[in-house]
Design a protein around this ligand. Structure first.
Ligand code: F6R
Ligand code: ZN
Length: 197
């Protein structure tokens, strides 16, 4: 456990089975925890009836959740689709909106969909070697558009916290879906501008 450590430490993200043992927490998000997040509810129910597939996993190094600390770990989004919509994370704002985050893509291919509380949106590609800097105020959701796992390393301030409720209610302004086999950005009809919420 890294929580109490007061001296520097090293851990590996070589993605060998042994390297995962370094992490303190392993969170597994399955299809059943994504209720209401995918546009195609019929496809969602049909897929769930066949089994509760893993959509993504998070491995974390535990550190005190206070300003001055950094939370680090790995996010792994599995390949797959619900209807024509790619597997993705729930997505969140940081509870302390004035906190940034870094993602470094190690494997796979996909996108980070981002949005501000005012409704500005952005999409950036996640490819091995890409470092994505997410400034304060931008909510974020990773999306796997490839056919292997999308693996990213992340680092964010210890006191950031997470607000999932806003995204659970309205989703992101955009969705990334497959059209003719290619990732395509479409509007999310359930989204409402802040002044209409
Ligand atoms: C932390 C962060 C990542 C995500 C992870 C899973 O602030 O952005 O560690 O937590 O990619 O996504 P969510 O948290 O949206 O389920
Ligand atoms: Zn975050």
């Amino acid at each position: 456990m890294h929580l109490e450590r007061k001296t520097p430490f090293v851990y590996q993200i070589t993605l060998t089975p042994e390297s995962f043992a370094a992490f303190d927490r392993h969170i597994v998000r399955r299809l059943s925890s994504m209720l209401g997040q995918y546009r195609d509810q019929v496809a969602y129910a049909a897929m769930l009836s066949l089994g509760d597939a893993i959509v993504y996993e998070v491995y974390e190094i535990a550190r005190p959740e206070v300003a001055g600390e950094l939370m680090t770990g790995l996010s792994i989004v599995h390949p797959g689709k619900v209807g024509d919509e790619y597997f993705m994370t729930k997505g969140h704002f940081h509870a302390v909106l004035e906190t940034a985050e870094i993602y470094y893509c190690l494997r796979g291919q996909g996108y980070m969909l981002m949005e501000t509380p005012q409704g500005d949106w952005a999409l950036e590609e996640l490819l091995p070697g890409n470092v994505l800097y997410i400034p304060p105020y931008w909510s974020h959701r990773s999306i796997n558009t490839g056919d292997e796992k999308l693996v990213t390393f992340f680092a964010y301030p210890g006191h950031a916290g997470h607000d999932y409720a806003t995204i659970e209610r309205f989703g992101f302004r955009k969705r990334v879906v497959a059209r003719n086999g290619k990732p395509t950005v479409v509007d999310n009809p359930l989204w409402r501008p802040p002044e209409e919420r």
